[in-house]
Ligand binder design. Structure first.
Ligand SMILES: Cc1cc2nc3c(=O)[nH]c(=O)nc-3n(C[C@H](O)[C@H](O)[C@H](O)COP(=O)(O)OP(=O)(O)OC[C@H]3O[C@@H](n4cnc5c(N)ncnc54)[C@H](O)[C@@H]3O)c2cc1C
Length: 466
């Protein structure tokens, strides 16, 4: 068992890396400790969460919007077991798809826990405890991330859950407390709110979605508030205790003050994720990590140990599936002697709630901090014909362009289908477009994309429909 490349982990980073390497003629194998491929994303992350977001959004539409369209169906009811089956079938379809692709590309798969013994030797321990050695010329670590724990809060995945447990609750909690107003907390909070829970989101900071454009975050919080999500910002959770299947969450003002206790039927801990390298043997072979536990790499994804590379959630940068995939392709190309590269300035970020939030490039906050002079073009969906007729008028498109060169520096969208709309901006930015370029590109009518064009026109104060 000797290879040109062995990839540890078959999440979006690892399996994509392996496929690209095999395409380029490298003899490639993957090692995965989970029974199915696809990593966090396909098994317990992106895919199951999107399945529940989709299903719960349909239920919400049937309950609240169908009648406006002239569709009378009576009061729809929830079959949670069936909805969970729908989610699981989607997960299986996707993980089997990865299995098929690995086979199609003639990639050997080793199931078991990988431990690096030397830059050219990995030990694989199967579920039955049996071990075998795999030899290789290069190793790519793509072991991903795990849930961040909150000190003093024990996750039992029944009452106090991580995102994994929140995707599998057997009953709709009457009251669902979410700790953390980041992407995962807001997506899963939205799911359970739509399915009938009272949802309270507790956040240590004074804003939701840290890192996203603050104007967008403010508007988005208002929209979610109208949908019934309750927010308690600047709030510090100091403990959660569970008794008789229900939780007591102790929370106090972040700045200090009187603590209070909130009762909940389920509590989601969604305060972030940490890189995962348990039992990988990094210390023994001398691979260095930073103070946040991320594997240190150079711009070619090489660690300090020759022959060992790392990509995805386990290294620095946004913990996103598509970032991991791009790094996977890039490192495979580098190992095959090509010029693999990732443009970190153009990585889209999407929150898949309703409406969606999507962004690419710099936020206004970042530009201000960096002292960059910029112009803003904004266009609300209330003035977009398609949004009006669809009654999806919440939100806006905001384009930030360099004041001197007009180059697009950042695009931020709150609105229906924002996650798809953002990619026009991503392609434009990849090509170094100006706002004028987007403004002069013909956009089909009637589409939501016209709002992107209008925002580009608005940079020079010449939007037509406003
Ligand atoms: C609830 C949730 C929703 C999310 N939604 C989105 C989304 O909508 N869009 C998005 O872009 N991102 C989303 N993410 C983040 C996304 O899942 C991650 O960014 C992505 O999975 C990272 O890919 P990766 O390949 O680096 O690692 P992972 O997907 O974590 O895969 C790592 C794999 O390595 C395996 N492994 C680890 N150690 C070993 C070992 N020693 N031996 C063998 N195998 C090992 C693990 O079993 C795992 O399968 C979400 C995450 C969560 C939790």
């Amino acid at each position: 068992m000797s290879y040109d490349l062995v990839v540890i982990g078959t999440g979006p980073g690892g399996y994509v890396c392996a496929i690209r390497a095999a395409q380029l003629g490298l003899k490639t194998a993957v090692i995965e400790k989970r029974k199915t491929h696809g990593g966090t994303c396909l098994n317990i992350g992106c895919i199951p969460s999107k399945a529940l977001l989709h299903a719960s959004e349909e239920l919400d539409s049937a309950r609240h919007h169908f009648k406006d369209l002239g569709i009378a169906i009576g009061e729809p009811s929830l079959d949670l077991k069936k909805m969970m089956e729908f989610k699981q079938e989607g997960v299986e379809g996707n993980t089997k798809g990865v299995e098929f692709l690995l086979k199609k590309n003639k990639i050997d798969t080793h199931q078991g826990h990988a431990r690096i013994l030397a830059p050219d030797r990995i030990e694989v321990t199967g579920e039955d405890g049996a071990t075998r050695i795999v030899e290789t010329r290069a190793i790519v670590i793509a072991t991903g991330s795990d849930v961040t724990r909150l000190p003093g809060v024990e996750i039992d995945e029944k009452v106090v859950v991580s995102s994994t447990g929140a995707l599998e609750l057997e009953r709709v909690p009457k009251r669902f407390v979410v700790i953390g107003a980041g992407v995962i907390g807001l997506e899963l909070g939205s799911v359970w709110r739509r399915l009938g829970s009272e949802v309270i989101v507790l956040e240590y900071l004074d804003r939701i979605l840290p890192g996203m454009d603050s104007e967008v975050a403010k508007q988005f919080q208002r929209i979610l508030g109208k949908q019934g999500l309750q927010f308690r910002l600047s709030s510090k959770v100091t403990g959660v205790t569970v008794k008789d299947g229900s939780a007591a969450v102790t929370v106090e003002p972040a700045a200090g003050g009187e603590p209070e206790t909130l009762q909940a039927d389920a509590v989601l801990v969604a305060i972030g994720r940490v890189p995962y390298t348990d039992g990988l043997g990094l210390e023994d072979v001398g691979v260095r990590k930073d103070n946040r536990g991320r594997v240190l790499t150079d711009e070619h994804f090489a660690t300090n140990v020759t022959g060992i590379y790392a990509i995805g959630d386990v290294i620095a940068g946004p913990m996103l599936a598509h970032k991991a995939e791009d790094e996977g392709m890039a490192v495979a190309e580098i190992l095959a002697g090509k010029a693999g590269h990732v443009n970190y300035d153009v990585i889209p970020n999407v929150v898949y709630t309703y409406p969606e939030v999507a962004s690419v490039g710099k936020t206004e906050d970042e530009l201000k901090e960096a002292g960059v002079e910029y112009k803003v073009g904004k266009f609300p969906f209330t003035a977009n014909g398609r949004a009006k007729v669809n009654r999806t008028t919440e939100g806006f498109v905001k384009i930030l362009a360099d004041a001197a060169t007009d180059r697009v520096l950042g695009v931020h969208i709150v609105g229906a289908d924002a996650g798809n709309l953002i990619h026009e901006a991503a392609v434009a930015m990849e090509f170094g477009a100006s706002s004028e370029d987007i403004a002069r590109t013909c956009h089909a009518h009637p589409t939501l994309t016209e709002a992107v064009r209008e925002a580009a026109l608005a940079v020079e104060k010449r939007a037509i429909h406003m």
